[in-house]
Design a protein around this ligand. Structure first.
Ligand code: PHE
Length: 341
């Protein structure tokens, strides 16, 4: 009997094909689909059939061919799934080292600063980056028309002049004071924003850590001692500090602190512009007006505050020359800090 009279039976047969191994599967493919297989044979017979049966048989042969291909593909998939499920890991394979990630240099330094002050009894405090004018300026003794507001180029939100991006983390100090009475001993790490043109030396955002200590009888001596301890923990035991008079609206008296240049050891180099000193932070005794504005009795309590830039400290520790490197996510730069982790 000619194959062509047998298409319905062949279709049945093809649909229920089984293969237990890749070899068996290959045999099936050869039997049905290879050049000399059943389906090409059918195509040959098809050429001989009478014109009136061409249409009907053409469709039937095509269906059979598709069914055969589908079944064989399905069996192939089934076999590879079975194989994956039973495959065991090769325990003799060499173990490749997994590349380690690195922490960002700013995170490394921020954690180090936090760690030093935690050991001195400071707790962590946090606050929003999008702030209101009161917490950033008003409560910090910046009068409405105070020229000191120009010290920090603020990002304002046009539709809401009261809402700004905080220019310093002093806003967190204010938030702590308004909900807690002394003793207060906190450090406030966080990101701050200033409207500056981006260059190697300035960026529109950077990071600060501010500290605040308020209690009865807190003195400038306490401030100096804590900052000396910090400088020596951060930059080495031989580090010296010096305080220069300065001005901030929220502290009185105010000072800026230099450390002996950690690159030349104070002898004078291009980094410290031959002075032997580099500036690292601002500080002072909390202005009584700030205590009062935040609900703390300034006749009973005194306090000190200080604030430093994390980028600045990182530059000093690792001599990063260009601030932009910190926010560009260049892996080559970040990987240099692998051993510092
Ligand atoms: N808030 C100051 C600044 O951003 C830093 C500072 C904090 C100075 C606390 C003194 C005391 O420049």
């Amino acid at each position: 009997m000619a194959l062509i009279d047998n298409i319905p039976a062949l279709l049945e047969e093809v649909r229920s094909l089984q293969a237990a191994s890749p070899t068996e599967l290959e045999e099936l493919r050869i039997k049905y689909l290879s050049k000399k297989g059943l389906i090409p044979q059918l195509m040959n017979e098809f050429r001989e059939v009478s014109a009136d049966r061409k249409r009907e048989l053409g469709v039937a042969i095509n269906n059979l061919k598709t069914a055969a291909q589908d079944r064989i593909n399905a069996l192939r998939e089934q076999l590879s799934e079975q194989q994956n499920a039973t495959e065991k890991p090769d325990l003799t394979r060499t173990a490749y080292p997994t590349p380690l990630g690195t922490r960002h240099p700013l995170s490394i330094v921020r954690e180090e600063i936090i760690d030093i002050f935690s050991r001195l009894g400071f707790c962590l405090a946090d606050g929003p980056e999008i702030e209101d004018d009161w917490h950033v300026f008003g409560s910090m003794n910046f009068a409405d028309d105070h020229p000191a507001r120009d010290m920090q180029d603020t990002f304002f939100i046009e539709a809401h002049p009261d809402i700004i991006l905080r220019t310093h983390t002093s806003s967190v100090q204010s938030r702590v004071m308004e909900r807690q009475q002394p003793p207060i001993r906190v450090i406030c790490p966080g990101r701050v924003y200033r409207n500056e043109t981006i260059s190697a030396r300035a960026h529109c955002f950077f990071h600060q850590v501010e500290g605040l200590y308020i209690d009865e009888k807190v003195s400038f001596t306490d401030l100096k001692q804590v900052l000396l301890l910090f400088a020596q923990e951060m930059f080495g035991k031989d580090t010296k500090i010096r305080l220069r008079p300065s001005y901030f609206p929220f502290t009185e008296p105010s000072a800026e602190m230099d450390i002996s240049c950690n690159i030349c050891g104070g002898k004078g180099c291009s980094f410290c512009k031959q002075t032997g000193w580099v500036e690292i932070l601002g500080c002072g005794m909390v202005d009584p007006a700030v205590l009062e504005a935040n609900g703390i009795d300034s006749t009973r309590y005194t306090g000190y505050a200080f604030g430093m830039g994390v980028e600045r400290i990182t530059n000093l520790k690792y001599q990063v020359k260009d601030l932009r490197l910190f926010s560009e996510n260049d892996k080559r730069f970040l990987e240099e800090f692998q051993s510092a982790n």
